[in-house]
Ligand binder design. Structure first.
Ligand code: GH3
Ligand code: MG
Ligand code: MG
Length: 387
């Protein structure tokens, strides 16, 4: 068993009432120091010496097991005290100081707690084992007050500085995570806003900017692939009369119904219909030849009529109807997307001129100008060519 520690105080004055602030501004005196020694007299002497040096929180354990319990290393889930430094006697019954040091140092939650071995002169040979077990320093018995003070202070200063750094790192990681989450939310919101900014507020279908952007993009793709591209210009018949007789709100509701009916008539995910302005819509049908576009125009015309929205003042039918102009092409150097739109517009004009509630194909319209024969339209066969 280790001899009782004798405190040599002749060279030092007790530090009663002094504060122990390190150069980093940390209050070392407020740290909690655990004294582990099986001899009551040694524990008391060390406690008094530490208190004389200005350390205020001294906890004592009479065995390694006792220390483990205090630190939360022994079955109990939580430590009863947060320990900043351990002063560990080497020779103790059952579990000695070196084994205790190994256990504390081997626990990830406790390995940051510095351990200073308190050794009698005849134990110096075992110090190497103590350092291997994780001890950071040692103090020889009989204990010198100044040496005790200096070693405890430097171990504590290092420990508290490391604690601070760890806290900063944890805080940094937390903020980084928070920042990532905020960035993700912002991106999500931006994406939602981007999506909303492409939609028409009244009808919920793509707005003019979006549909024209889509046309440009698909135009370039067709140029590259040499594939067909069709568009439909769509206009509600006698819509001014509808508004004038039923009111603007009814007009708005009607536009919503028509727009969503047009949308339902698109069979392919790659097709898009958008609001061109007022009661006009435009559908862009990528990789779709004329026959396919005519088929869609047919479905749209029939679909809107089948909505059966009463129109008290239409010159075309008892219900709301639409007229459509179809234009299709395989882009070449003579063509532009603006020309295609203009062709569809002319075909639409022709459909209006010929009586409304019908569609006209741009190529047919031109031919018909010359030949003056019936247009395809409301009376077109139901079995339009499949796309
Ligand atoms: P046509 O058969 O030749 O197409 O005749 P129309 O009356 O439909 O065409 P016109 O261009 O003379 O009138 C279009 C009307 O569409 C004018 C306006 O009252 C109505 N309109 C345009 N935009 C909206 C809208 O957002 N809401 C409502 N309620 N009405 C609209
Ligand atoms: Mg109209
Ligand atoms: Mg119009």
């Amino acid at each position: 068993m280790a001899p009782e520690a004798v405190i040599e105080t002749q060279n030092s004055e007790p530090h009663h009432g002094t504060t122990l602030i390190d150069p980093g501004g940390r209050d070392l005196g407020a740290a909690t120091i655990l004294v582990v020694d099986d001899l009551h007299g040694n524990r008391v002497l060390l406690k008094q010496a530490l208190e004389a040096s200005g350390f205020e929180n001294i906890v004592m354990a009479e065995s390694a097991q006792d220390a483990f319990l205090l630190m939360g290393l022994s079955g109990r889930k939580r430590a009863s005290r947060k320990i900043d430094l351990v002063l560990m006697d080497i020779t103790m019954p059952k579990v000695d100081g070196i084994e205790a040091c190994r256990r504390i140092n081997g626990s990830p939650e406790h390995s940051n707690i510095p351990i200073i071995m308190v050794s009698a002169l005849n134990e110096v040979g075992t110090l190497e084992d103590a350092f291997l077990a994780g001890a950071v320093d040692y103090i020889a018995k009989p204990i010198n007050q100044i040496e005790l003070n200096v070693r405890v202070r430097s171990a504590l200063a290092l420990k508290l500085a490391m604690d601070e750094r760890n806290t900063r790192e944890i805080e940094f990681e937390r903020r980084e995570k928070e920042l990532l989450e905020v960035t993700r939310l912002l991106e999500e919101t931006n994406e939602r806003l981007r999506h909303l900014s492409t939609l028409d507020g009244l009808t919920g279908i793509p707005n003019r900017r979006r549909i024209m952007e889509f046309l440009d993009q698909e135009w370039r793709r067709s140029q590259r692939d040499g594939s067909w591209l069709s568009i439909l210009m769509i206009d509600v018949d006698y819509f001014k009369h509808y508004n004038d007789t039923l009111g603007h709100q009814a007009g708005d509701d009607c536009l919503w119904l028509v727009a969503n009916c047009l949308k339902r008539c698109l069979n392919r995910a790659s097709d898009m219909v958008g609001r061109y302005g007022g009661e006009e819509f435009i559908a862009v049908l990528p990789e779709t030849p004329r026959d396919g576009a005519i088929n869609v125009a047919h479905e749209m015309r029939a679909g809107v009529q089948a909505l059966n929205i009463e129109h008290p003042d239409s010159g075309a039918a008892q219900v709301v109807t639409i007229s459509l102009g179809v234009a299709a092409c395989q882009p070449n150097s003579d063509m532009t997307s603006a020309k295609l739109v203009s062709m569809a517009d002319q075909a639409l004009f022709e459909a209006k001129r010929r009586g409304r509630n019908r569609f006209t194909d741009a190529s047919t319209a031109r031919t018909l100008e010359n030949q003056d024969c019936d247009l395809m339209g409301a009376n077109a066969p139901n079995t339009a060519p499949a796309r």
